[in-house]
Design a binder for this molecule. Structure first.
Ligand SMILES: *Cc1c(COP(=O)(O)O)cnc(C)c1O
Length: 380
């Protein structure tokens, strides 16, 4: 036991020394985009609840009613204890929204990628993925035991080169990317990537975790996954695909078969959120509109999504800037390696339909004030 604790302490000391140690800070939601932390109210730009649906009365009521009627948890895997009808209802709604033949709901988006990728490719196959793909796409790719080949972020020529070199020697091939990149807020060149993949007989899986309800896709990939826990304000993940692929997932995706089903209140909340989302185009337009208001005000490159990165560089500098903003009443997380590449620590701002224009302007002004001292010079 002593060696175990010594190991943990030594690891933590290394993280500390590099400014990379993370800590949980007790924080609760307050009104609108505000949160309460250590007795202070902060305006939060940290949440992926882009449409403000996690606290929407209709969504909360749907979850509450489902908990009363059906209980708090699912009890077991959906294959084992029977499938709650809410799941099929939710899957139908998701498939419709995405124009797909079928959908499958998972207990989280992480599990959806972890389950889907190894169900499609294995030893002797190829996974080609954007280097900035989310941790769970990398994890799914590695777990599959296929050959894993990253291409430079959004670099079509590099992706073409990788496929040209590696596709021939592989059995099946899968190309992974994100509609909106989670820590950069930029968008993949989807139309071109889909065509490139098709030309090499590779299947494309697009992760839509940060796009749903916020940015309109140009194209639909044959495999689209996402989460119920961001713009839908609930918890859980999904995959949309053809009927045979979804049938295969029910049988072979370990992140589906061997884990407890989604809790009924989460499914009910997601269903209600989908309805609110569909009925309120103004709500859907707000996060991107506010992000663009912010980038205009600071003369940053125009926002392509609800996510705006402010790159700082070193982890400690990003932490200092985040702390300075917190002192001024803003919760803006510093994102450090290994979540982002070394040397690109940043603030990650997430805009929500709940923010007011005045809150967005206040953040922009606070950052502009701190910028000379704490931010690197603007690129020419
Ligand atoms: C958040 C996220 C996931 C995981 O979704 P969860 O439902 O939170 O597990 C997957 N992919 C990307 C790009 C994400 O940002």
């Amino acid at each position: 036991m002593e060696s175990l604790d010594a190991f943990a302490a030594a690891k933590l000391a290394v993280l500390d020394a590099a400014g990379l140690r993370r800590a949980l800070r007790p924080t609760t939601r307050a009104q609108g985009a505000e949160v309460l932390r250590e007795g202070r109210r902060l305006i939060s730009f940290s949440s992926n609840d882009y449409l403000g649906l996690a606290s929407h009365p209709v969504v909360v009521e749907a979850a509450t009613a489902a908990a009363r009627r059906f209980g708090a948890g699912a009890g077991a895997s959906r294959l084992v204890c029977g499938d709650h009808p809410l799941m099929a209802e939710l899957e139908l709604a998701l498939a419709r929204l995405k124009g797909a033949e079928a959908a499958l709901v998972f207990s989280s988006g992480y599990l959806a990628n972890l389950g889907a990728v190894p169900a499609l490719v294995g030893l002797g196959d190829l996974v080609v993925l954007d280097e900035l793909s989310h941790s769970c796409m990398w994890a799914g790719a590695r777990l599959s035991r296929a050959r894993v080949e990253p291409f430079r972020h959004n670099d079509l020529d590099h992706a073409r080169g990788v496929l040209g070199r590696r596709r021939g020697g592989a059995g099946r091939a899968l190309l992974l990317t994100e509609r909106v990149f989670s820590m950069d807020g930029d968008r993949a060149p989807e139309t071109e990537l889909l065509a490139l993949a098709a030309a090499h007989d590779a299947w494309t899986l697009v992760d839509d975790a940060h796009g749903l309800g916020v940015v309109e896709p140009g194209d639909r990939a044959p495999l689209e996954m996402g989460t119920l826990s961001k713009s839908l304000g609930s918890q859980g993940g999904y995959l949309c695909a053809s009927a045979p692929v979804i049938e295969l997932m029910k049988n072979r995706a370990r992140g589906f078969v061997y884990t407890t089903g989604l809790a009924p209140p989460s499914a009910a909340a997601a269903l209600a959120a989908l309805e609110v989302m569909a009925a309120e185009p103004d709500r859907r337009a707000r996060p991107l509109g506010l992000a663009r208001r912010f980038t205009r005000r600071l003369r940053l490159p125009e926002a392509a999504s609800a996510i705006v990165p402010v790159t700082v560089g070193e982890a400690r500098a990003a932490l200092a800037l985040s702390a300075a903003l917190e002192a001024r009443g803003f919760l803006v997380p510093a994102i450090r390696p290994p979540t982002v590449p070394v040397g690109t620590a940043r603030l990650r701002l997430a805009f929500s339909a709940l923010h007011t224009e005045a809150q967005v302007d206040a953040l922009a002004d606070a950052l502009a004030e701190l910028r000379p001292a704490l931010l690197p010079e603007e690129p020419a």
